[in-house]
Design a protein around this ligand. Structure first.
Ligand SMILES: *[C@@H]1O[C@H](CO)[C@@H](O)[C@H](O)[C@H]1NC(C)=O
Ligand SMILES: *[C@@H]1O[C@H](CO)[C@@H](O)[C@H](O)[C@H]1NC(C)=O
Ligand SMILES: *[C@@H]1O[C@H](CO)[C@@H](O)[C@H](O)[C@H]1NC(C)=O
Ligand SMILES: *[C@@H]1O[C@H](CO)[C@@H](O)[C@H](O)[C@H]1NC(C)=O
Length: 415
């Protein structure tokens, strides 16, 4: 109960801020709106839906950013992931699932919170949100539009990343579409971690150098300088003063530490002497995080090139998948790092930190003349500039985001 009040207080404090990065886009951060039957509008009289691509961010999870005394800042509250069994092996031997525990006398236990969660693991709440997400997709595209007929691997192709939580979300979405999918085997596709285009996680030294240059540019240095008191205040509570080497140029780790807690009804971090991160400081970090995303992927000098280098492989895959669809529904379960790049490539500005469960729906329609058009919805809303785009034009738009000689370009770091 206390945490509920706390959470609404935090979000209340947030809306009092006036920057364009802080206001309404933070609403529903913990569970973004998605397309749903009750608010859906058909595009054009007589048009027929022929293909559907959904690319979504996973739902709520535990933090990925840990502080040196992680156990200490959780005020004794364990993280509970008992509702989401992490599967590890189902290949003809015993069906193993992966259950996390930390003995309290483990000499390194202070580095990890108490409880049954790995860092970055989908939480029980995140799994439930995934199920609802699937139910709502099904209600719309099956019950109402009659487009999807059955839930099976022939009808729905699923692509995740190598990260477990994307598979856990896919599992929840499919079971939400059809409860009988629970316990049915289903192969989802993921590329090797070394070269995965969806995270994306392939190496691109040139892209790294562009980010480093953007972070060194006066605008970002001034932003860091102007917020150094905030950062110092938070660092003393988190005990991350010495983590400067790791968290110096970005607000995203702080953002992760705070939003993961807020979204899972945990209090903001407190240190062992009882000092806590304030709601105002957390709200300011949310705002700076939004600003950081818009800066790195949109406003920084080489942002467009950076985006194309790091997501060009995925844009190319999407273009190919739209030219020759393999399934009525292509479902991609991905990350904020994927969603922000997609938004940047499609020109949806200003950018925000993508919300949990955030979603792109790319509908391909055929009009009465058999011409194919694309309509894109982002977090349930039609994108004005992509409300009825000829399929060829849309595919070209994706292809324009694919640099020639991408592999060689990534390797060529020039000053
Ligand atoms: C349904 O769609 C509307 C319009 O986009 C949105 O405001 C609402 O939050 C959506 N509901 C859910 C459960 O996502
Ligand atoms: C930093 O603060 C100064 C003084 O308030 C202000 O003029 C400047 O615009 C700020 N810079 C950034 C990038 O926020
Ligand atoms: C807890 O945070 C307060 C306020 O930032 C700080 O003064 C204090 O030293 C911290 N205590 C510990 C044990 O880190
Ligand atoms: C179909 O094509 C005809 C002839 O080109 C045109 O007049 C009509 O407006 C088109 N209909 C639609 C629905 O686009």
């Amino acid at each position: 109960m206390l945490t509920l009040i706390f959470v609404s207080f935090l979000f209340g404090a947030r809306s009092a801020l006036s920057s364009p990065y802080s206001s309404s886009p933070w609403d529903n951060y913990c569970n973004a709106p998605h397309v749903n039957a009750s608010h859906y509008q058909l595009p054009e009289e007589g048009a027929e839906l022929v293909h559907l691509t959904v690319m979504m961010r996973h739902h709520k999870r535990t933090p990925v950013a840990l502080v040196p005394n992680e156990r200490g800042i959780n005020d004794g509250i364990p993280w509970d992931c008992s509702g989401v069994r992490q599967f590890a092996y189902d290949g003809g031997g015993a069906r193993l699932s992966h259950s996390v525990f930390t003995p309290s006398d483990h000499p390194f236990a202070q580095q990890m919170w108490a409880g049954s969660c790995e860092s970055g693991q989908l939480t029980t709440g995140g799994f439930q949100d995934s199920m609802v997400h699937g139910e709502d997709l099904w209600e719309l595209y099956h019950d109402r539009l009659g487009f999807l007929r059955s839930v099976g691997p022939g009808e729905i192709g699923v692509r995740t990343t190598y990260v477990d939580r994307t598979k856990q979300v896919a599992s929840g979405v499919l079971a939400g579409m059809d409860p009988s999918t629970a316990y049915r085997p289903w192969a989802v596709h993921a590329q090797p971690q070394l070269i995965d285009s969806l995270v994306p996680s392939y190496k691109c030294p040139r892209a790294d150098s562009l980010v480093a240059a953007a972070q060194a540019a006066p605008f970002w240095q001034d932003t860091l300088k102007n917020n150094s008191a905030l950062k110092e205040r938070i660092d003393t509570v988190l005990g991350t003063t010495k983590s400067n080497a790791v968290w110096p140029n970005t607000f995203t780790f702080y953002q992760d530490v705070f939003t993961s807690r807020v979204c899972n009804d945990h209090p903001l971090p407190c240190n062992t002497t009882g000092d806590c991160v304030s709601e105002e400081d957390a709200a300011k970090i949310f705002e700076l995080g939004n600003l950081e995303y818009d800066y790195l992927w949109h406003r920084a000098e080489n942002a467009a090139e950076y985006n194309q280098l790091t997501f060009g492989v995925m844009f190319s895959e999407l273009a190919g998948a739209l030219e020759e669809p393999k399934h009525p529904l292509a479902l991609y379960v991905a990350h904020d790092s994927s969603m922000v790049r997609m938004a940047a490539g499609l020109g949806i500005f200003p950018l925000r930190w993508p919300r949990l469960g955030s979603e792109f729906v790319i509908e391909v329609w055929r009009d009465q003349n058999w011409t194919q058009f694309v309509r894109v919805l982002y977090d349930g809303e039609v994108i004005g500039s992509l409300s009825w785009t000829p399929l060829d034009t849309f595919i070209n738009l994706l292809r324009q985001q694919v640099p020639d000689h991408l592999f060689e370009k990534c390797a060529s770091v020039s000053g």
